[in-house]
Design a protein around this ligand. Structure first.
Ligand code: NAD
Length: 364
């Protein structure tokens, strides 16, 4: 019988106070509902337009609306800046928060432009010097089935990980006509960030040596949808263990989910996330044992990511989702995009010289 590790979000008893930047879709649908449910205090909000910030503040009982991001950064009641904007300008917001003496939780993807990573590293160095924590909102790490799987992998329950496999058996979110459809290789660069990140977490201990990625338009895809709807990523590591992520397209199914398998030398973890499909079972010693899971990725995962940062601040340690840790996943994502640009040719993340010009050259 396995002792069930504590996979639920952890919130410290006196959490630091949060100021939210970006009053958009994900803040309204996930950040704030999760924080309300788990008792995380949000004291101020600012966004590009004051009206959207005011509407959010009214709906979620946030006491202060700042008319500029600079005012929120200068607000002494804000201890943690929660950045819920898109990737453009995110590095500048992280830097401004650190210079203002605030801890940071930045939405994913941490970066989609390799040329900004040297500056990001400087900002992280500055944060370290000032005793500030910069974490990334890799909320899927706290999706209940993925979090419990992570803890069981860490405990060695299935021995050494041999392979990680993910399949998308669900429709894509609406992309056509949204700004996300303007991002080149959007599925690889943005949408799959969570799947690439968790795969890398489960393969931790071996280093990713080679990434191959493909994307293509699929039968039935309308012309108005600019990005390819099929995407696949293959990751090979130094130990020979591998990872695989596959989106077939906009799957037509009423009861789908995102099944995954973690095969190890001593057992298998099998599960699924999203659309209410959530489950995890351990296949070990000739028996299959399902776990009774509580919660859902949306929105408990968001409490998990913020809770980990708040706990790290309270305990004066680095959070698991520290930007420094997430950087290795960012490199895998950049390698996936470079590989897709090169028609699926393998890219070695360690060879990536992270400037826009050399990325283009590597991909040519
Ligand atoms: N599971 C997840 O973690 C998840 C899910 C969906 C979206 N996201 C990510 O969240 C981010 C935001 O997505 P969204 O759908 O909420 O976008 P959105 O466009 O609906 O919201 C972004 C908000 O930020 C504001 N904003 C942008 N730049 C700003 C700036 N410099 N200063 C102040 N306000 C600014 C915009 O005005 C807007 O209100 C994206 O990076 C996306 O990838 C994450």
């Amino acid at each position: 019988m396995i002792d069930l590790p504590d996979y639920r979000p952890r919130i410290p008893t006196s959490p630091a106070r949060v100021g939210l930047v970006g009053a958009g879709a994900i803040a309204r649908s996930a950040h704030l509902p999760a924080y309300a449910a788990w008792g995380i205090p949000v004291v101020a909000v600012a966004s590009r337009t004051a009206e959207s910030a005011r509407a959010l503040a009214a709906d979620f009982g946030i006491g202060t609306v700042h008319t500029s991001v600079a005012d929120l950064m200068a607000d002494p009641s804000v201890q943690v800046v929660d950045i819920a904007t898109g990737p453009t300008g995110r590095l500048e917001l992280i830097e401004a928060a650190v210079r203002a003496g605030k801890h940071v939780l930045a939405q994913k993807p941490l970066s989609v432009d390799g040329s900004e990573l040297p500056r990001l590293r400087q900002v992280l160095e500055l944060a370290r010097d000032r005793g500030l924590r910069v974490a990334v909102n890799q909320n899927a790490r706290w999706a209940p089935a993925w979090r419990l799987a992570t803890l069981l992998v860490r405990d060695g329950t299935i021995g050494e990980v041999v392979g990680v496999t993910h399949l998308h058996d669900k429709p894509l979110p609406p992309l056509a006509g949204t700004p996300f459809d303007d991002v080149p290789h959007m599925l690889l660069a943005d949408y799959l960030v969570h799947w690439i990140d968790i795969t890398r977490c489960w393969l931790e201990g071996s280093s990713a040596e080679r990434v191959s990625a493909f994307d293509s338009r699929v039968p039935g895809q309308p012309d108005s949808a600019r990005n390819p709807w099929h995407a696949g990523v293959e990751i090979s590591t130094s130990s020979g263990a591998s990872g695989s992520v596959r989106i077939v397209g906009d799957a037509r199914t009423r009861s789908g989910g995102c099944p995954f398998w973690i095969h190890g030398t001593a057992g298998t973890l099998r599960g699924s996330v999203l659309l209410g499909s959530d489950f995890l079972e351990l296949d070990h010693d000739g028996a299959r044992a399902p776990f009774a899971l509580q919660g859902q990725w949306f929105t408990d995962g968001f409490a998990g990511a913020m809770g980990e940062l708040l706990s790290a601040i309270a305990e004066e340690r680095e959070p698991e989702n520290a930007a420094d840790h997430v950087l290795a996943s960012v490199r895998l994502g950049l390698a996936a995009v470079a590989s897709a640009e090169a028609g699926g040719a393998p890219v070695h993340p360690s060879d990536l010289v992270l400037t826009s010009a050399t990325r283009r050259a590597a991909a040519a």
